[in-house]
Design a protein around this ligand. Structure first.
Ligand code: WTA
Length: 629
């Protein structure tokens, strides 16, 4: 790979980066290609198993793949307990800074203590192996504690992003039939308080399964506490039920670890199911090699723990690697655009992993802000969530990385659990390309008929072999799992993205080909926004599409048909935007709402969003033979 002359704008890693990297690239690619299962087994052997697996990959019931069958382990045990017998016991596992400047840190010992105690609290609230627990919090350390405590006792966590609101939360609690909800009194965002508890109360009026609510005190403002249902975390943690009794549950490799709801092509969000064994091996390995984790590193994944990036690379991946993970509560530019750079200097962050939208947002304020800070500890950078435009890439590379830090542009999904297309520290980079599949992965780009497209032609991105951290199914809906991911092409996983591959084999992601919208890297569904709109009395029908936006990548544009008796006014349009914000969350608020008399539909009545999009962009809508009128 390294000897080949590559085309286009290429950035080569320095000798220092290559020599220091714990991944010897060629060896890894060769090994994984030669012996795929052997490659993953070797990685799995670096983790703790109460009982070793019999088979690395069981593909006897495709597409319901199993990994490390009959192996017994626990991801929480591998995140915490395994580090307690070495010097890592006193190493910081988690450093946290609040938006208001508050600071907390946990050694591996301290984090283990709290997780173990909280796991006992959950048990005393009647949470058993297999039960679901919804976690709806801001970005605070107790979020990680809650996730790990669930994993420890075999409960299945379902984290709902703290930026979501009433209906989104209600739907997710209901579908998962959670017994317990863990939340906060509030969360800080740009100096304001997001009323998490109030939103929880409203959502719980519509959800019946929750018997206990645990509330973490973050803001300390007055909130409603329902007697008999709501309990303060700090009270529970000071009771005898929060004992130090050991409580690790021995989990089967294929036992559920968590549900994470995500938007798909149609209808309601679906819960992606991940399991203890394969997910653990996948996140451990990918983080170790791609971000070249060294013992002394401080790793900062600036995503929200409420999304897959935070699950895999704030909580599980870093702790499995025994590295120090940094978490920041608030907005990147609060109170000044130097907030992030200040924290990199203060904590000596070595690796920063964020999203293109954040980079574009910070770039807007110019070089002077980062230049005022010492960012020399940075060794590697990363990006995820949407394609990064070369201009933002170059700014990140030059201004933040001082032209010495390679940028790991990692393509992956909630469903994949781990990085899938990504450079390694040794990979020559091209701005805007995620470069190559992770060692051993077979990916391709196909046309409608399933033939590989030629170099630089666009097609559907597919994955041709299973991988350990893959989703196992859609919770309660195995048919939808098969239909959505495995039915377009025989034996291949359909990603929902379109992509191109250049003459060097480098992958370039173009974007979603379905009705998933990525706003500032957050994944939303057209259908969810539409159903929030029609839940307002003034709206009979709605369509939501994504249009390009300079900072957010995409912005939501909605079209609505009003019920008779309602007239378009600016006040009504604003009310509709607010309504979507209240039901779904602020990120789902449409940028623009247009009142229309009709919507383009197929003869079977399906809204043709691509026609709306083409019209808005002033481009050819393509084939419209199925259009009704
Ligand atoms: C998009 C986020 C281009 C893609 C981890 C994918 C990307 C969707 C990249 C999954 C990247 C993610 N370059 N596009 N590096 N990473 N995407 O489930 O469209 O929130 O299908 O997972 O994000 O979003 P999700």
């Amino acid at each position: 790979m390294s000897n080949k002359k590559l085309s286009g704008d290429v950035y080569h890693p320095t000798e220092e980066v290559i020599n220091n990297a714990n991944a010897k690239c060629d060896e890894l690619y060769n090994f994984a290609e030669r012996d795929y299962e052997g490659f993953w087994a070797k990685e799995a052997e670096e983790l703790h198993w109460f009982q070793k697996w019999n088979k690395v990959l069981d593909d006897s019931n495709k597409p319901f793949f199993k990994w490390f069958t009959d192996g017994k382990t626990n991801i929480c045990y591998n995140c915490l307990d395994v580090h307690l017998d070495s010097a890592r016991r006193n190493k910081l596992a988690l450093i946290w800074e609040g938006e208001d400047g508050e600071f907390k840190s946990f050694s591996y010992f301290a984090l283990h203590r709290d997780v173990n105690k909280f796991a006992n609290v959950l048990k005393s609230l009647g949470v058993h192996k297999g039960d679901r627990v919804t976690i709806y919090m801001g970005r605070v350390p107790e979020l990680a504690i809650a996730m790990l405590a669930c994993a420890r006792i075999g409960a299945v966590h379902s984290v709902v992003y703290g930026g979501f609101s009433v209906e989104a939360l209600h739907e997710r609690i209901d579908d998962s039939e959670s017994k317990v909800l863990i939340t906060c009194d509030g969360a800080y965002q740009r100096g304001k308080i997001i009323e998490l508890k109030q939103i929880s109360d409203e959502a719980l009026q519509r959800a019946a399964t929750v018997s206990s609510v645990v509330v973490i005190k973050r803001t300390g403002h007055d909130i409603n506490m329902e007697p008999g249902r709501d309990m303060w975390y700090h009270d529970l943690m000071s009771l005898p039920i929060a004992s130090n009794d050991e409580n690790v549950e021995m989990m089967d490799a294929e036992d559920p670890l968590f549900l994470l709801y995500t938007s798909g092509t149609t209808g309601k969000p679906k819960a992606i199911l991940h399991v203890h064994g394969g997910y653990m091996v996948g996140t451990y390995t990918t983080l170790k090699y791609v971000f070249d984790i060294h013992e002394e590193d401080r790793f900062w994944c600036a995503a929200d723990p409420g999304w897959i990036t935070g699950h895999s690379y704030i909580v599980y991946g870093p702790l499995l690697n025994g590295v120090t993970s940094f978490m920041y509560e608030g907005a990147p530019t609060y109170p000044y655009p130097s907030r992030w750079w200040q924290m990199i200097e203060k904590y000596g962050i070595n690796i920063l992993y964020t999203a293109p939208t954040a980079i574009r947002g910070l770039m807007r304020f110019g070089e002077a802000w980062p230049k005022r800070h010492d960012l020399s500890t940075l060794r590697l950078l990363g990006t995820v969530g949407e394609p990064i435009n070369p201009e933002a890439w170059k700014w990140y590379y030059k201004v933040i990385g001082n032209e010495k830090c390679p940028i790991m542009d990692t393509w992956w999904q909630t469903e994949t659990g781990m990085f899938m297309i990504t450079p390694m520290p040794c990979t020559p980079l091209k701005p805007g390309s995620g470069t190559l599949p992770f060692p051993g992965l077979q990916m391709d780009i196909l046309d409608e008929e399933g033939n590989p497209v030629k170099a630089n032609e666009e097609g559907f991105l597919v994955i041709k072999n299973p991988w350990p951290a893959m989703l196992r199914t859609i919770w309660n809906d195995p048919d939808r799992y098969v239909e959505q991911y495995w039915s377009k092409y025989d034996g291949m996983y359909l990603t929902g993205d379109s992509a191109k591959r250049d003459e060097d084999g480098y992958y370039w992601i173009i974007g979603r080909v379905d009705d998933v919208i990525k706003v500032s890297g957050y994944r939303l569904g057209s259908a969810e926004i539409e159903s929030a709109l029609v839940s307002h009395p003034a709206v009979v029908e709605a369509a939501a599409i994504a249009l390009p936006h300079e900072i957010k990548g995409n912005a939501i544009h909605a079209y609505v048909i009003l019920r008779s008796g309602y007239k378009r006014t600016d006040t009504l349009v604003e009310e509709l935007r607010k309504h979507v914000g209240h039901e779904m969350g602020p990120i789902a608020k449409p940028e623009h709402i247009e009142v229309v008399d009709s919507l383009p539909k197929t003869r079977s009545g399906k809204i043709m969003r691509r026609v709306l999009k083409a019209k808005a962009l002033g481009v050819d809508p393509g084939n419209i033979s199925t259009l009704a009128e």
